[in-house]
Design a protein around this ligand. Structure first.
Ligand code: FAD
Length: 510
């Protein structure tokens, strides 16, 4: 049985690996000139290795790491010390060392009651994450079953809100301090005032790095090292990934997917076709007019993502001094979060959806060259800045070069408040705007998880109540982040989809 896979993002590579081990004849086709999709390290500046889109490790399931022998093939994930510092604009902070001594708080009006509520909140989020983590590998699970599971485990408040409440509402049950609320808002995809963000936060809580549950870390060489390790693992199993091989059409015979057509006009027939491109590409571009398309709800043909994200990279001749970090004796490793005020988060949750830049940028920074000497030349550094929650389309149109320059300026203005010397340290910059995600990284939906994580959790990602990964088109399967298991570099969708196809074949054979 032969399988053609569209896309060599990490999910395409994982699907290929498991199918090859189950005896399928697999070919993977990638439009760009490298593997990894959004999980990639690139030489954006000469001599630097930049983890250009996804930067943080933790979500990749250990089963995948083990089965594909990724460590043997070069994957080196590690934890930083400290873990994280959340900075507020007024110079206050929450500082979390890795030594287990607990967070240190510099927040003026913090009460003991707030602090114990905050600790209970994270304890409950962690418990829930551990409860639901195994269900990512059970693709027939539903949100209703998961709510019940959480309730049965004495977490009724979380059960009520995980898929139906907002993170800020939930947090309000535990603590009332505004700075703690703005800090928690940085821990979920999308605006924390919106429904679904409790799940977003718990999803991130399923991370694990170096055996530490809930922990996020970095990868030596950037996230692209994961994809490269996957490519090596596949090659060891005799599977070749074909780069610069854009699929232009999925050819159907009635309601059945039959062949792929490539940019050079060549057509190839397959028993199974898997697309890991987002729904907007799979259903909006690769399938031409066909009655089968009518069976697919429009929400899956062009997911209406209003909110996207951006990333800015800076090559540095020196690390900029953050006076607040210097005072703490901080070593500039780990994650540095810029939390907006609660007032701004609430206002921006509406205006960003209408196409405006946030009034205060929510940002996550890392300087991986502090702990990894492979990503920058000696004496130089690299700064990655994630800007959360940007409008997918700005002021009613596509992002332009001018919008990119404006975003760059806004980011620098925000950084300057806590690192006044930043501009003197920068040699070059690169902006990944939502439009760049679309054009350079083939993310047509501009949604970081192909399909919103908050609106489409677990089985809500399945099309027409079909089993996960199936489509109304026979023999056409999906395995990208837009499917059950969802966004981030988890490998879950690729794994589950491969297993679903293998089970189908077993059934036919018996
Ligand atoms: C700004 C940003 C920051 C993020 N940060 C993190 C993070 O820190 N940690 C984390 O775990 N996750 C992060 N994510 C999410 C994560 O990157 C994605 O969810 C994940 O990488 C998706 O993997 P995938 O294999 O499903 O899809 P993709 O990586 O998008 O792969 C799909 C592949 O299909 C290819 N393709 C598309 N169309 C065609 C065609 N017609 N023919 C051939 N090939 C085609 C594409 O080029 C691409 O390589 C981030 C996402 C964004 C946008």
């Amino acid at each position: 049985m032969n399988v053609g896979i569209i896309g060599a993002g990490h999910n395409g590579l994982v699907a290929a690996s498991y199918l090859a081990r189950d005896g399928f004849d697999v070919e993977v086709f990638e439009r760009s000139d490298h593997v990894g999709g959004l999980c990639v390290s690139e030489e954006l500046f000469e001599g630097f290795k930049v983890t250009s889109v996804a930067s943080y490790y933790g979500m990749l399931r250990k089963e995948v790491v083990k089965d594909m022998e990724l460590e043997k093939h070069g994957l080196e994930a590690y934890l930083t010390d400290p873990a994280e510092i959340v900075l507020f604009e007024d110079g206050n902070y929450i500082f979390t060392p890795r030594d287990g001594s607990g967070s240190k708080y510099s927040i003026d009006d913090l009460t003991d009651r707030d602090l114990s509520g905050w600790n209970n909140f994270w304890s409950d989020i962690g418990k829930t994450a551990r409860l639901i983590a195994p269900y990512y590998f059970k693709p027939d699970s539903t949100t209703v079953q998961l709510e019940q599971l959480i309730r049965e485990n004495n977490l009724p408040t979380i059960a009520d809100s995980i898929f139906r409440g907002s993170l800020l509402e939930l947090a309000g049950n535990y603590f009332s301090n505004e700075k703690l609320k703005s800090a928690v808002s940085t821990c979920t995809p999308g605006f924390a005032s919106l429904v679904g963000t409790v799940y977003g936060c718990i999803h991130h809580g399923t991370a694990e790095t170096s055996g530490v549950e809930g922990a996020w870390g970095l990868v030596r060489g950037g996230m692209g090292s994961i994809s490269e390790a996957m490519r090596r693992s596949l090659e060891a199993d005799g599977v070749k990934v074909k780069l610069n091989s854009e699929v232009t059409r999925i050819l159907l015979d009635g309601d059945k997917a039959q062949a792929l057509e490539f940019k050079n006009g060549i057509k190839k027939e397959y028993d199974y076709i898997i697309s890991t491109a987002d729904h907007n590409i799979t259903f909006g571009k690769l399938i031409q007019e066909s009655p089968a398309l009518a069976k697919i709800p429009s929400i899956f043909k062009s997911s209406p993502s209003n909110v996207s994200a951006g990333k800015l990279h800076f090559s540095l001749k020196a690390i900029p001094e953050f006076p607040v970090l210097k005072k703490l004796g901080h070593n500039y490793s780990g994650i540095i979060v810029f939390a907006p005020s609660l007032k701004a988060i609430l206002a921006d949750s509406l205006s960003v959806q209408e196409g405006q830049l946030p009034s205060e940028l929510m940002m996550t920074l890392a300087i991986p060259s502090v702990t990894d000497d492979t990503v920058a030349p000696p004496g130089k550094h690299i700064l990655n800045v994630d800007v959360h929650c940007l409008p997918a389309r700005i002021n009613g149109g596509d992002w332009t070069e001018e919008d990119n320059r404006n975003l760059l300026e806004q980011v620098l203005l925000r950084l300057e408040k806590l690192a006044p010397s930043i501009r003197n340290c920068i040699e070059a910059s690169f902006v990944v705007s939502p439009q760049v995600l679309r054009t350079r990284y083939n993310l047509e939906s501009m949604c970081c998880w192909q399909l919103s994580m908050t609106e489409f959790p677990f089985d809500k990602r399945n099309i027409n109540n079909l089993p996960a990964y199936h489509t109304p088109i026979e023999n056409l399967f999906l395995a990208g982040a837009g499917t059950f298991g969802g966004g981030n570099v988890t490998g879950v969708s690729g794994y589950n989809c491969a297993k679903a196809i293998a089970r189908l074949e077993e059934k036919v054979a018996s």
